[in-house]
Structure formats: structure tokens, C-alpha cells
Design a protein around this ligand. Structure first.
Ligand code: C5P
Length: 466
């Protein structure tokens, strides 16, 4: 008898099979078996098996190849847009399940959502029938992503506090799947300190956000930040998160330590020596490392940038504080020293403000050398990170100086760049890097600091997997 595997079928056929299998709650193999059985039993030319409505199908997990999304609709006027979101998710071939909170039922009916999802909508934590066949723990487990749209201020507060007093919050607490929130609320509620506090907690817990957007509110004459993201925007965020979650991230399980920004070296309690570093490059690297799945510690000098999302950020002022924070953050798999650390500090910085007194001579500042953080870490006998990376900001002889620095500082890679004022790199948004290592010099194209960060993280991922 001829043998055929699903893998040999063309992509479109495979996709159709996956959809049918998901709708019928069967594995793809079982679906193929069912089709063949029905075809063999039917007299006359084989007819495609009808796609039966998924009556008890929602109780079975979707086929392994179909990505599963659990949509939680909470009670806000934007809930009507979630019906369109269901369509957008299903268009993508996703298997969608839906939970509605009690408050959501005031805005849309479970019947409407259920008709679009193609299966029953779950509403009650204590419904014996639901608990028997699906149960909140299974709802929490049998999904690749949970989307909360709209996410109300109340639901966000409950999540931030770890509450589990209804089906939606119990599932959100029990799940290990990534969670995407599409907040929607009145701008005053969004801006309220309590909501912002809860938001910061949720972001620190690794929860992802799409929106809210600025614009008109449902209430007359109200506008501002608080509109739920549009269904297509949410669907695009879903695509992105699913791709990141299902493909193994290159730095998952790695601890990456990064320094960024300038240092401030005190002259007295109110004056300091600083430099023009903005911290943009170091912060972009921290964000890219976090996006690549790493545990990231960012030790930042004083900058005018927000802490990157999902990154543990330690704020310091002086070079000595930076070294202490870096040493405390060890062990790390990778250390990237992007900070523009002051080479010198003022010896005996004044404890009191230096006074300008008529007739007295101008004070002379005497400088002493700061510790070299990169060199200290690269030369450690214990807990030396596997990959130690420095920057060489030069205004002349860029490559020669970078090569000398690589040897002197004992690091593995140097990212060399020309910071002469005409390049606009210092404080600017773009950077041109040459990667100097024992393997030679690799010129990178001029690109944004975010793209430099992404390229560096990709190189690190490749180096660690060798
Ligand atoms: O010697 P130079 O300052 O050019 O070296 C630059 C590299 O060394 C950067 O990676 C910078 O973060 C690091 N560095 C350091 N501590 C210092 C001086 C520089 O970590 N005191």
C-alpha cells in the first residue's frame, strides 16, 4: 500500500488540514484518518468531509500545529471591538477561545462572541459543567497566548494584586502563557497614579501591552490617552508575540550585564564633571537583549531616558558606584560596557559647596584616575563573563586604537566608533561600528542605534551557541 506523510503535502493543503483539525478538536493525523475513512466508506467519488460545528470540540486542545489564543473580554465600551478582534484572529488561522467577565456581558453578549469564536464562551469560575469539561486550569494551560481586550483599570488592578476571584483573573494567575493587554479606559483613569503603579507592576511581571492610543473617547467631549488599540493593531501584536514565543529566543536563560550613559564625578555636593553620552546605545542594547529573552541588568549613569521595559535597571552616578553595582550584579554570561565612564575624578571632592570668595585664587581641581570597569571585569579570575565586550569611542586612528584597547583591557570584542563631532554619533540616533575581535575587523553599515543593538545581540547569540 502506498504510504504518505502529512509533511509531504503542499503548504496550503497542510494549512487547510490544520484548520479542519483544530475546528474538529482532532490532531492532524486523526483528521486525515477521518477524511480517508469517510471517503472510503462513501459510494461514488470522494467528497470532502463536512466541517462539523465544534460542539464539544472546545473541550479538546487544538492540534499541536495550530496556535491557540485565549481572548479575555473585560467590561468596557471597547468590548464591541473585541468581536472584530475575534474575526481578525480567526482569519490568521488561530484557534480562539473566549472568556468574558461579568461586566463585559453588559456590553456584548456571550452569544455574539460565541458565534464568532465558533464555540461556547466561558464566563463562570464556578460553573460545574465548565469546570468538569474544561476548567480554569485547562483554559490557562491550553493556550499559546492570552489577550485581554479590553483590559479595564479594574482588571489591571486585580492582575497587579494577584487576585483570582473570577474566571478571568483565576486563568490569568494560573497561566504560564505570555499575556498581552490592550488597555481601554477614560484618560483620567489611565493617568491616575494607581493605574500607572499597577501598569509598572504588570510590565515588571513580563506582561506585554498594545496601546492604549490617543483619541476620542466614547463619552462625549472626552479625548486623550485611553482608547483601546484597533483590532488590527492587536492582531499584529499577537502575531509578533506568538512568533517570539514559539521560536526559541537566542538569549533565553542568559544573564546579560550592560553599562550605559555617562558618569558624574562630583566636584562638590552641587557640581560635577560629566560628558556628552546620552545612554541611547547602551539602553538600546539592554532592550534588544531583553527582547532576545535574556535576563538583563542595566547599570546606568544619569540619563534622560526611561528604564527599558523588562530590564532590571540600577541607577548610579559615579564610576566607582558603577563598578560596585557591576560587581554586585555578577555572575553574568555576557557583559557589555557601553557607558562613557569618566577617566578621572576629583581628588578630595568638597563635602561643602566650594565658595567664590573675593580676592581668593581660583581653586585648582586635582584629578585622580577612576577604576577601569571593563578592564577590571575582563581580568577577573573568578566570575569573568564568557563574553566581555567594550566600546572604543575614538576621534582618530579608530581601528589601531581599538586593537590596542582590546589587548590592554583583556576583553573579547571591541565595538569601535568614530565620535568626532562631525559624525554626530555622540548623543545622536545613528552609529557606525567596526567590530574588532581576535578574528579581525568587521565593518558594520551606518545604522540606527537600535539596529546596532539588534546586530550585536544577534552576534552574541551566535557566539554563545558555538
Ligand atoms: O579607555 P576608553 O575609555 O576608551 O575605553 C572605553 C571602554 O572602556 C568602554 O567600553 C567603556 O565603557 C569602558 N570603560 C570602563 N571604565 C572606565 C573607562 C572605560 O568600563 N573607567
Amino acid at each position: 500500500m502506498a504510504s504518505l506523510t502529512v509533511r509531504q503535502l503542499d503548504e496550503r493543503l497542510k494549512q487547510l488540514l490544520r484548520l479542519r483539525a483544530a475546528k474538529n478538536g482532532r490532531s492532524v493525523e486523526d483528521e486525515v484518518r477521518t477524511i480517508l475513512r469517510e471517503a472510503a466508506e462513501e459510494p461514488g467519488p470522494a467528497q470532502p468531509a463536512p466541517v462539523s460545528p465544534p460542539t464539544p470540540a472546545e473541550t479538546a486542545p487544538a492540534a499541536a500545529t495550530t496556535k491557540r489564543v485565549l481572548l479575555i473580554i473585560s467590561g468596557g465600551i471597547a468590548a464591541y471591538k473585541s468581536l472584530d478582534l475575534i474575526r481578525r484572529l480567526k482569519e490568521r488561522g488561530l484557534a480562539v477561545r473566549c472568556i468574558m467577565t461579568k461586566a463585559a456581558e453588559h456590553f456584548v453578549t456571550p452569544l455574539a462572541a460565541g458565534a464568532l469564536v465558533g464555540s461556547r464562551v466561558f464566563t463562570d469560575l464556578f460553573d460545574p459543567a465548565h469546570e468538569f469539561d474544561v476548567g480554569h486550569i485547562r483554559l490557562a494551560r491550553e493556550t499559546d497566548l492570552i489577550v485581554v481586550a479590553p483590559a479595564t483599570a479594574d482588571l489591571m488592578a486585580k492582575m497587579a494584586g494577584g487576585h483570582a476571584d473570577d474566571l478571568a483573573t483565576a486563568v490569568l494567575l494560573a497561566t504560564k502563557a505570555p499575556i498581552l493587554l490592550a488597555p481601554a479606559m477614560n484618560p483620567a483613569m489611565w493617568a491616575h497614579k494607581a493605574t500607572q503603579r499597577n501598569l509598572a507592576q504588570l510590565v515588571a511581571d513580563g506582561i506585554k501591552l498594545v496601546g492604549p492610543n490617543e483619541g476620542e473617547m466614547a463619552e462625549a467631549r472626552e479625548s486623550g490617552k485611553g482608547r483601546m488599540a484597533e483590532p488590527l493593531e492587536i492582531a499584529a501584536a499577537v502575531d509578533k508575540l506568538l512568533a517570539a514565543h514559539l521560536a526559541p529566543l537566542p538569549l533565553t536563560g542568559k544573564h546579560v550585564l550592560i553599562t550605559s550613559g555617562p558618569t558624574h564625578e562630583p566636584i562638590d555636593p552641587v557640581r560635577y564633571i560629566a560628558n556628552r553620552s546620552s545612554g541611547k546605545q547602551g539602553h538600546a542594547i539592554a532592550a534588544a537583549a531583553a527582547a532576545a529573552g535574556a535576563d538583563v541588568t542595566l547599570v546606568s549613569g544619569p540619563v534622560n531616558l526611561p528604564d527599558p521595559i523588562g530590564v532590571k535597571t540600577i541607577h548610579v552616578e559615579s564610576a566607582r558606584d558603577m563598578l560596585t553595582a557591576v560587581e554586585r550584579a555578577l555572575p553574568a554570561d555576557v557583559a557589555i560596557f557601553a557607558a562613557a565612564v569618566a577617566d578621572w575624578r576629583v581628588a578630595n571632592a568638597g563635602v561643602q559647596k566650594l565658595k567664590k570668595t573675593a580676592g581668593q585664587t581660583t581653586p585648582a581641581l586635582s584629578l585622580v584616575e577612576n577604576p577601569d570597569i571593563l578592564s577590571t571585569i575582563a581580568h577577573r579570575r573568578t566570575q569573568r563573563p564568557q563574553l566581555v565586550i567594550g566600546f572604543a569611542a575614538e576621534t582618530e586612528n579608530v581601528i589601531a586604537n581599538a586593537k590596542a584597547k582590546l589587548a590592554r583591557k583583556g576583553c573579547d570584542w571591541i565595538l569601535a566608533n568614530d565620535v568626532s563631532p562631525q559624525t554626530g554619533i555622540m548623543g545622536g540616533d545613528r552609529n557606525t561600528i567596526e567590530l574588532v575581535s581576535a578574528d579581525g575587523v568587521e565593518p558594520w553599515p551606518p545604522q540606527s542605534k537600535e539596529d546596532v543593538a539588534a546586530m550585536l545581540i544577534a552576534r552574541i547569540g551566535a557566539a554563545l551557541s558555538k
